[in-house]
Ligand binder design. Sequence first.
Ligand code: FAD
Ligand code: NAG
Ligand code: NAG
Ligand code: NAG
Ligand code: NAG
Ligand code: NAG
Length: 541
Amino acid sequence: MAPEPSLASLLLPFILSLVLATSVQSSREGFIHCFDLHSKNDTTLSHILYGPENPSFASVFDLLVQELRFATPTTPRPQVIVTPLDETHIRSAIHCAKKHGLEIRIRSGGHDFEGASYKSEEPFVILDLFNLNSITVDVENATAWVQSGATLGKLYYEISKKSRTLAFPAGYWSTVGVGGHLGGGGYGPLLRKYGLAGDNVIDAKFIDVNGKILDRKSMGEDLFWALKGAGGGNFGVIVAFKIKLVAVPENVTVFKVSRTLEQNATKLVHKWQYVAPSIHEDLTMALRIKNVKSSQAGKQTISVGFESLFLGGADRLLSLMQEKFSELGLVREDCSEMSWIQSVVVLAGIFPAGAPPEVLLNKTAAPKQYTKQKADYVEKPISVEGIEGLWKVFFKIDPESGGMNWTPYGGRMSETSESETPYPHRARNIFMIYEAVYWKKKDGAVSQRHIDWVRKLYKYMTPFVAKNPRSSYFNYRDYDLGVNSKGKTSYEEASVWGVKYFKDNFKRLAKVKAKVDPDDFFRSEQTVPPLFGECGTSLGK
Ligand SMILES: Cc1cc2nc3c(=O)[nH]c(=O)nc-3n(C[C@H](O)[C@H](O)[C@H](O)COP(=O)(O)OP(=O)(O)OC[C@H]3O[C@@H](n4cnc5c(N)ncnc54)[C@H](O)[C@@H]3O)c2cc1C
Ligand SMILES: *[C@@H]1O[C@H](CO)[C@@H](O)[C@H](O)[C@H]1NC(C)=O
Ligand SMILES: *[C@@H]1O[C@H](CO)[C@@H](O)[C@H](O)[C@H]1NC(C)=O
Ligand SMILES: *[C@@H]1O[C@H](CO)[C@@H](O)[C@H](O)[C@H]1NC(C)=O
Ligand SMILES: *[C@@H]1O[C@H](CO)[C@@H](O)[C@H](O)[C@H]1NC(C)=O
Ligand SMILES: *[C@@H]1O[C@H](CO)[C@@H](O)[C@H](O)[C@H]1NC(C)=O
C-alpha cells in the first residue's frame, strides 16, 4: 500500500506557485523601480511603462497581436510593456530586465506567425517599438533611414511622397512591421527584379545586450550580415535600418485574373511553373490558390488568382504574355497602368478598389485572423497528377479555408549566392510556397481541425518540395519545425529547426551570437544559440 501523502506534499505545488508569483511580482516591481531610476526626471514615464494595473495595458498589448489564436485570456501576459520614445529607454529596459531576471520580447509590427514578439512562458517584458517609426527619405542618394516600429505601408507611402520613380522591394501587406520583416528577409512583388528587403539593407542602428549603440561600422560585418535575414529576436534590438531604394517606372502595370478548375486552372498552374520563374524579371506573377464553392450545389472548386506586377506598360506586358503564356488568355482589359504606390494598394489585397495611398498608413487595416501557416520551396515543376492530388486535399476542408501562395523565383533570386545574407533559399528554387488555413471561431475543436488540415497539406507536399533539408522561411515562423528547450539549448539541438530556415548559414549565425550575446539573454523558442570555439561544441566559452 502506498503511504498516505503528507499535508506538506499536497500543499507543495500551491506553495511553489505562491513563491513563484511573489518572486515574479518582485521582479516586476524591481524592473519598474530600476527603469524609473534610469530615466531620472522623465515626466512622460506613464506613457512608456505599462504594468497590468494600467487601464491601457490590455489595449496596448492587444493592438499589435495580429494572430487571433494568441488573443485569448490564456496567452501569457508580460509583466510590463515598455514603449520607448528613444534609445535611452531601450537601454534602460535591457539593463533592468537583465538585472531582475525578466526575458525581453521585441515587438515591431506584431505579425509573427507564432507570436514570438509578445508571448513567452517565462516572466517577460515586451519592448514595443511602435513609437519609433520615423522615416527619412534621401531622394538624391536613393536611400532612406527607417525605424523598426514603422510599418511597410508607411515606408512605401513616405517614399512615394518624395518620388514617383523610387520604391522598396518588401512585402505585400502594409501593416507588417519593418523591424521583424527586414530582419527576417522580406519578399514582395519586386522580388524577381530586386531581391529581398534584407538584400537592400545598407546600414543599421542596433543596441546590444550591454546597451551599446552600434552601426554597421562599429558592429562589424559579421553582425551586420546576420541582421539582414536573421535579425528578428536573435541578437539584440534593431532600432533602424538604412535601405537602398530601387528604381521603378513612372507607371507600372498590374493584373489580377482568376481561373477555376472549369477554366483549365490545373493546366495553367502546371504551365506557370515553367513560365513564371524564367520570364523577364520585370514581371512577378504570383499565384493565389484557394478552395471555393462551385456553382454546383454542395461542391467545391479551386480558384487560382494570377496576381502580377509588371515594371512597364501594358503593351509590352501583353506581348510578353502572348509570347510566353498565351494559354492564360490575358487581355488589355485585365491590365491597369498606375503609379507604383497605387500598385502597392491594389496588390495588398485588403483595400477597396480605388482606395487612396493614405490607407497604407492605417496600422489596423489588416483583418486579424485565426490562421496557421507553413512554408516550402520547390526545385522542380510538380506534375499534373501531383497538382490534381493537391486539389483533393483542398476539398477536405471548408470552402475559403485553405490557401496557398506560389511566388516565382528566378531573376535576382538566382543571381545571389546562398551565403550573401542569412536567407539561403535562392537559385535552386523555381518558386516558394506559403501554405495556410483560416478559420473564424475560437472553439478549440474547430481550431484543431483546421491546424490538422494544414499539417496534412504539408505532408502531402513532401515529395514535391525541397528536401535535405526540407526548407522553411524564418519570417514564416513555424514551431512545428522544432523549438528550443527551456533554459540552455545546444547548437545541435537548435539545428533541427535552424538549418531549415538558414541551411549552412546557421553555423555562422550561432558564432555571431556567441560574440554578440554570449549569455543568450535574447532567447526564445526559436532563437539562435551561441556556438563557441571552432570545433562545433557549444560548451564553455
Ligand atoms: C498578414 C501578414 C502578411 C504577411 N505578408 C508577408 C509578405 O508579403 N512577405 C513576407 O516576406 N512576409 C510576410 N509576412 C511575414 C512577416 O514578414 C513576418 O511575420 C515579420 O517577421 C513580421 O514583422 P513584424 O515586425 O510585424 O513582427 P513582430 O511580430 O513584431 O516581430 C517578428 C520577430 O522579429 C523580432 N523583432 C521585431 N522587431 C525587432 C527589432 N526591432 N529588433 C530585433 N528583433 C525584432 C520579434 O521579436 C519576433 O521574433 C506576413 C505576415 C502576416 C501576419
Ligand atoms: C527635475 O525636474 C525638475 C522640475 O521639472 C527640475 O527643477 C529639476 O532640476 C530636474 N532635475 C534633474 C536632475 O534633471
Ligand atoms: C547624399 O550623400 C552624400 C554622401 O553621403 C551626402 O553628403 C549628402 O548630404 C546626401 N544628400 C542628401 C540630400 O542628404
Ligand atoms: C502614367 O500614367 C498617367 C495616368 O495615369 C499618365 O498621365 C502619364 O502620362 C503616364 N506616364 C507615362 C510615362 O506613361
Ligand atoms: C481549356 O483548354 C482547352 C484545350 O486546351 C480549350 O479548348 C478550352 O477553350 C479551354 N477552356 C477555357 C475555359 O479556357
Ligand atoms: C483602419 O482600418 C480599419 C479596418 O478596415 C477601420 O476599421 C478603421 O476605421 C481604419 N482607420 C482609419 C483611421 O481609417
